[in-house]
Design a protein around this ligand. Structure first.
Ligand code: ADP
Length: 396
């Protein structure tokens, strides 16, 4: 089935048009500066990229621009919009309402709206993408795929916060976790690569701009590092990860910060950028550290240390581990980081083969022959997961 995948942000919208069986990508691109002026970048494999300035006052014009370029006789890939069998939308927060993907109808939209307080930045933007598609392609089925859904199998002891229980009961305060679509894709691949055993214990390390780990037993998440929102866990590009809440009170008092300013610091100015003062990009940090920048080195050391701690914690939580997966920008590309994270874990049976680890962006088993734990690099493919869910729900 040919599926259009939409990932709508507040002023941008990514799209990908692909085959749900086999995953061939026909076209993909990005609408930027929605509500400001509007720019479209359209990519078709084997052709030159197209960049166009198109007015996009709202997401409606952005979706229309995507459809127009898709059917353009020269730059397009289809002759009619009817060739788009269905649309799959990435939605950030499904709260407790969504444990799986769902066909978008009025009830689904209402439930996504109810999750806005939990995902105040992303859910409204995701809804704008959905509503634009409904308006412009009213007869094409739409599906919502949630970043949180895969984590909904966590047991209460993993998802409950140790604050008064009424906040869970009345206000839905709990751990949700994110990158669920990515963790689902790579863990399914890993279980396949393990030979589909009846029982499996997998740690999935999604290390990109935003990063999270998930502990997965028999294909089901039992714990994950992000929380109610994507700020939690270990340090990321610009996000702090977990911090002692006392720091908020202390700094807000000293500098008269509002909670909004404080959260902006934790979301946008922290993580490895905050520690290094150099960059949120690990390639820049590697370069700076190689030139002797000690804060860049400290940021890398902190990141490696915290990921290693989570791996140890999840191995303990699961009572062992059969495979560790590295995925996303850093996990797929940074040989040094993978090596440093796995260094010193031989007591757990984790032994990397340094030669095999010299690989980038390709599926690979990089564990040593005598490693008890498999170490896999698995490029993530969230779009394929969204396309497959969309096709499956539409067939039903
Ligand atoms: P996003 O969370 O935005 O999807 P990605 O998964 O694409 O992010 O990861 C982006 C990050 O991957 C970059 O910020 C960069 O730090 C890292 N990265 C990409 N290539 C390399 C590389 N060769 N070495 C180290 N880090 C890399």
């Amino acid at each position: 089935m040919k599926i259009l995948i939409i990932n709508a942000g507040s002023s941008s919208l990514k799209y990908q048009f692909m085959e749900s069986e086999g995953g061939e990508v026909f076209a993909k691109g990005l609408c930027e500066r929605i509500g400001i002026d509007g720019r479209l970048t359209h990519k078709v494999p084997g052709r030159e990229d197209v960049k166009l300035d198109i007015p996009m006052p709202t997401h409606n014009e952005a979706i229309q621009a995507v459809l127009d370029i898709m059917v353009d006789p020269e730059k397009g890939v289809i002759s009619s919009v009817d060739e788009i069998a269905a649309v799959g939308h990435r939605v950030l927060h499904g709260g407790m309402a969504f444990t799986a993907s769902c066909i978008i109808d009025d009830a689904c939209i209402e439930a996504i709206k109810k999750c806005i307080p939990l995902g105040p930045l992303h859910n409204p933007a995701n809804l704008m993408g959905i509503e634009a598609c409904q308006k412009i392609m009213p007869n094409t089925p739409q599906v919502a795929v949630f970043d949180t859904a895969f984590h909904m199998t966590m047991p209460p002891k993993a998802y409950i916060y140790a604050i008064p229980y009424e906040y869970y009961e009345k206000d839905d305060v709990r751990r949700y976790g994110f990158h669920g679509t990515s963790h689902r894709y790579v863990s399914a691949r890993a279980i396949d690569m393990l030979g589909n055993p009846e029982h499996s214990k997998v740690i999935s390390c999604h290390l990109g701009n935003g990063s999270s780990l998930a502990a997965i037993v028999d294909g089901k998440v039992v714990d994950t590092s992000m929380g109610l929102g994507p700020l939690a866990g270990f340090p990321m590009g610009t996000r702090s990860g977990d911090v002692d809440a006392t720091i908020l009170e202390y700094l807000m008092g000293r500098y008269n910060y509002s909670i909004k300013e404080m959260l902006n610091i934790l979301n946008k100015k922290s993580g490895v950028l905050g520690i290094s003062g150099v960059s949120s990009d690990f390639r820049d940090l590697d370069a700076a550290a190689a030139e002797g920048n000690q804060r860049a080195q400290l940021a890398l050391d902190k990141f490696i240390y915290e990921v290693k701690k989570y791996i140890g914690a999840y191995a303990a939580a699961m009572g062992g581990v059969d495979a560790i997966i590295f995925t996303a920008g850093i996990g797929e590309n940074s040989m040094d980081l993978r090596q440093n994270i796995c260094d010193g874990l031989d007591y757990m049976g984790v032994k990397m083969d340094a030669e095999k680890n010299r690989v980038r962006g390709k599926e690979a088993d990089v564990s040593a022959e005598d490693s008890k734990v498999k170490i896999f690099i698995i490029p993530t493919n969230e779009e394929l997961m969204i396309a497959m869910d969309t096709a499956e729900l539409c067939k039903k």
